[in-house]
Write a protein that binds this ligand. Structure first.
Ligand code: ATP
Length: 412
């Protein structure tokens, strides 16, 4: 059913739902648009509305062929909406669900597009903070590029930052998607542009391999792997591409490439990748219903076999929203923590061996986004790998930092 959004837009049909709200196919004065209507509980949060208005300038100024432009921000009664360019196509998660993994040339071409978009954003002082396949849209009306890839556009700029208001995050929460979270975020450091590079390298690894380098099993274990484990080589990948991945998945943010350099280096590799088939690797096994093995950073357990999926760090913890893409965690007791702080060692296995769990289940698990309580920080601290500074989550000092902070209040 159609509904008005402010005085200028009509939302006609739901395109999809995410953790922050619902995306509608809409109509504006200049034609079709996509309208992201934020969740009611977000729209009724006065602080968030203020921030939304404050950040108009930064969100509206991003204009790049590989960024989904935000055209307008609407605050109208209970409605809080971002009006975006409509991308006619699909998101990368849907393509990945369908194909499981992409040919290297297409994977690299898509990643290079997103790196270009990030370069423009970072140059404007904007950090995305939630780069993942769900936020990469493929424009099926655009020209085919290397490997038959349609142009890729990064969407949802500013949304993670909007939701991650100090009051919501103060000393209690990390907001993000565990598989793509850079180690410095897990450690409670302010997000800089380098977190987007880490997340994008994770996406590239996933496009090539069909699974993320540190994902799988308990969300707390995923976070810990980001900090303690090194990425396992992918069989069949060219040395140049592997070196690029390793550099961008470096634990130290300063060691990662900048987005513009990453885009250039990726494109340089395209000719060597032309015609190569998707890699012949399979996801590390997961023990159906098996209990995680106890492991330490120094001596991880041999391939932990656990179901993929967002599970509460502590049994009985309730999600903090009614969306199944969220998992919320409360602070665990020490004995509970001992059971949750388990790590894994994962390595790709060759195709053909039995693999528990359906691809759809794994994809759904990856999609789950967590709002992680201080529990995770306690978990990390308990593992001796990090601490959380109260109020961390904003970005003093990083270069370039999330420039949405400095946008002019109330500017149109
Ligand atoms: N500008 C757009 N044009 C066309 N479709 C879009 C646009 N933005 C989002 N969509 C579609 O709307 C759906 C929901 O997007 P949304 O950004 O709300 O959620 P998400 O990114 O999948 O998840 P989350 O917000 O939890 O990270 C997605 O399937 C996406 O393909």
């Amino acid at each position: 059913m159609a509904r008005k959004i402010g005085s200028r837009y009509t939302a006609n049909q739901i395109l999809g739902r995410g953790s922050a709200g619902t995306v509608w196919l809409g109509e504006g004065p200049e034609g079709p648009v996509a309208v992201k209507l934020l969740r009611e509980d977000l729209a009724s949060d006065e602080e968030l509305v203020g921030r939304f208005v404050q950040e108009r300038t930064a969100l509206l100024k991003l204009d790049h062929p590989h960024v989904v432009s935000v055209r307008d921000l609407v605050v109208d009664g209970n409605d809080l909406a971002l009006v975006m360019d409509l991308v006619r196509g699909t998101d990368l998660r849907t393509r990945l669900d369908r194909e499981r993994r992409l040919a290297p040339e297409a994977a690299v071409a898509i990643t290079a597009d997103v790196a270009d978009g990030l370069a423009a954003a970072h140059a404007s002082g904007v950090v995305h903070r939630d780069v993942k396949p769900e936020n990469i849209l493929l424009d099926m009306q655009g020209p085919l590029g290397p490997g038959g890839a349609h142009p890729a556009l990064l969407t949802d700029f500013g949304v993670a930052k909007l939701i991650d208001t100090p009051r919501r995050t103060r000393a209690t929460k990390i907001i993000g998607t565990p598989d793509y979270l850079a180690p410095e975020i897990v450690e409670g450091l302010p997000p800089t542009a380098a977190v987007d590079i880490y997340a994008l390298a994770t996406v590239l690894y996933e496009l090539l391999a069909g699974f993320t380098p540190f994902g799988g099993g308990h969300p707390g274990a995923v976070l810990r792997r980001h900090v303690t484990e090194t990425v396992v080589p992918l069989p069949g990948i060219t040395e140049e591409l592997w070196q690029l991945l390793v550099q961008c998945l470096a634990k130290a943010p300063a060691s990662r490439l900048r987005a513009s350099e990453l885009a250039t280096r990726l494109r340089e590799q395209l000719p060597a990748l032309a015609g190569l088939p998707p890699l012949d690797v399979d996801e590390p096994e997961a023990e159906p219903g098996g209990e995680p093995q106890e492991a330490t950073a120094a001596a991880p357990a041999p391939r932990e076999r656990v179901r993929r999926g967002a599970v509460p760090l502590v049994p009985g913890a309730k999600p903090d929203s009614n969306r199944d893409t969220h998992t919320s965690m409360r602070v665990p007791a020490p004995d509970e923590l001992a059971g949750g702080a388990r790590g894994t060692a994962r390595a790709p296995r060759t195709a053909g061996a039995p693999r528990p769990g359906s691809a759809r289940n794994r994809a759904a698990a990856r999609r789950r986004r967590i709002t992680l309580g201080a529990a995770a920080v306690v978990l990390v601290a308990a593992a001796g790998i990090g601490t959380w500074a109260a109020g961390a989550g904003d970005d003093p000092g990083g270069t370039p930092t999330d420039g949405t902070e400095s946008s002019a209040p109330g500017s149109p």
